[in-house]
Design a protein around this ligand. Structure first.
Ligand code: MSP
Length: 513
């Protein structure tokens, strides 16, 4: 049984429409999952939708449909987007599915049995029309009237269930001290540590002012807070709440929870504490990326710079899906700073890397072999020269970057090999040597070394460029087999057929931003 690999995206809210943020996180996870499968790992990649809560209840009402109908409609859109961008998720969990709801109730029972929950009350100024509490300052400012309707605020008291987060402070401190990579990147970890030092408040985990949620077991009228419900998806999808999916328990703990920076606290602090209370192992790493902004500004519907589905689709129509995935992974905000999505930068990345490097290098090498060696892999009396060692080092570096979720660096390793091949061709000029029949063996050696290196680089690019790399692999001898076989120098045997390829067409000018 091969070693397992497992990765998750956040589950996306169904009160929003899919946009670049969702596609970005999912694409990062997809590339990693593809890389792990390519290496022969037994991989599980989970995504889904977060469907409960007052916001969903309200948007459904505003649209004149039931919350379930609203959730069904939007969840279907999120699923369609996954197919559109060729994501290879192994499951799609929806928090309104019975399998999830049933296990959330069991898991919350277990939290209560473990002594991790208490019932407490909260009192404050309540705006009945808006169904929200106002702080004392805000209430005073508006003269104890609703800032929206002007009706008097009422003094209300609510009893809620609380998760005793504060009780986990010492264990959380130890977790962070002993596992410097539990939260990455480091800048995000430092933010979490800073907040932890301010002390931990208990977290209300039930609500009584709306009903679109999972009922609190044994306490009718209380609905489980949407975040508690949502976080549990990572284990309910694997049946850990009731043992209903024994073939999946091996995928816990997850190697990576990939999230946006705005939801890090829930994943880095509340979730681990819940898992401690449940006596379940903790995920190995919570990786928080930053945000895409657009043409220099925060994305907003009113500014017209919102990168929604039609905008993304437009890029795919013009440049192809590989180009979009490539831009997201290689230029995206994987570290601690936000990234600007500029159409001009997208165009330049496509031209420089996919057209002029991946496309050009593979077409040059395959075309020369087609012309000079009738499309047959030439013999190489030099047995690869320096190239086998170079490729082996690249494969190893790629593997360790993938292990560390350094996706951009993994792509650079492959691009580095292709650039070296380009440089080698420019230096040795096989196209000139080929005119002299007495140097045929030498030309054969050069081209064989180039072809084998391009083939191996192509394998390393597969998780990132899933649309066109199969064509590259087929054109370069169609070598099949395990990861070790496909990345082994010499797998492309002399005499194997090579076909001229043209992978990425030029796109002359970038569209206006
Ligand atoms: N439902 C919660 C998550 C629960 S997980 C147990 C949620 N959903 S969400 O629909 O708002 O999705 C948030 C995620 O979308 C972010 O964490 C991030 O992955 C992604 N993004 C949303 N906007 C983004 C950008 N502008 N840029 C990059 N990613 C961002 O929060």
């Amino acid at each position: 049984m091969p070693a397992t690999a497992s990765i998750t995206t956040p589950i996306y809210y169904v009160n929003d429409r899919p946009h670049i943020g969702h596609v970005y996180t999912t694409t990062l996870c997809d590339a990693w999952a593809r890389a792990m499968r390519l290496r022969g790992r037994d991989t599980f990649f989970l995504t889904g939708t977060d469907e409960h809560g007052v916001k969903v209840e309200k948007s459904a009402a505003a649209n004149g449909v039931s919350p379930q109908a609203w959730a069904d409609r939007n969840a279907a859109e999120f699923e369609a987007v996954l197919r559109l961008f060729q994501q290879t998720n192994d499951d799609f969990i929806r928090t309104t599915q019975p399998r999830h709801e049933r296990q959330v109730q069991l898991l919350v029972e277990r939290l209560r049995a473990a002594g991790a929950l208490t019932k407490g009350s909260f009192e404050g100024w309540y705006d009945e029309g808006e169904e929200t509490y106002l702080t004392e300052t805000k209430a005073k400012e508006s003269d104890y009237r609703s800032p929206v309707s002007g009706r008097p605020l009422v003094r209300a008291k609510e009893e809620n269930w609380y998760f005793r987060l504060s009780a986990f402070a010492p264990r959380l401190e130890r977790l962070f001290a002993e596992n410097p990579d539990f939260v990455r990147p480091a800048a995000r970890r430092n933010e979490v540590l800073g907040r932890l030092r301010e002390g931990l408040q208990d977290v209300p985990i039930t609500r009584t002012n709306f009903s679109w949620g999972i009922p609190m077991p044994g306490d009718p009228g209380h609905v489980i807070y949407v975040w508690i419900d949502a976080l549990l998806n990572y284990v309910t999808a694997l049946g850990l709440g009731d043992g209903s999916a024994p073939d999946r328990t091996r995928y816990w703990p997850a190697d990576y929870h990939v999230v946006g920076k705005e939801i890090l606290w829930f994943h880095a602090v509340i979730w681990p504490a819940m898992l401690m209370a449940l006596e379940l192992p903790l995920p190995k790493c919570v990786y928080a990326h930053s945000f895409w902004i657009s043409e220099g500004q925060k994305m907003s519907k009113s500014l017209g710079n919102f990168i929604d589905l039609p905008a993304l689709q437009g890029h795919v129509d013009r440049y192809g899906l590989d180009a979009l995935r490539w831009f997201l992974v290689t230029r995206g905000p994987l570290d601690a700073t936000d990234t600007d999505f500029r159409v001009a930068a997208f165009h330049d990345a496509y031209m420089a890397e996919l057209v002029n490097t991946v496309g050009n290098c593979s077409s040059r090498v395959s075309a020369m072999i087609a012309k000079t060696f009738e499309g047959r892999m030439p013999e190489d009396p030099q047995a690869g020269g320096e190239w086998p060692a170079r490729c082996a080092a690249a494969v190893q570096a790629w593997e360790s970057h993938i292990d560390r979720f350094e996706l951009g660096q993994a792509t650079s390793v492959a691009m580095g090999l292709l650039r070296e091949v380009d440089g080698f061709i420019n230096r040795t000029e096989p196209f000139k040597l080929a005119k002299d029949p007495s140097r045929r063996a030498e030309v054969g050696a050069i081209l064989a070394q180039c072809a084998e290196t391009v083939r191996i680089a192509g394998v390393l690019l597969e998780p990132f460029l899933p649309v066109k790399t199969p064509e590259l692999a087929a054109a370069f001898g169609g070598v099949r087999g395990s990861w070790a076989e496909r990345t082994r120098w010499g797998a492309l045997k002399p005499g194997s057929g090579l076909v001229k390829v043209a992978l990425y067409p030029r796109v002359e000018t970038a569209p206006a931003a």
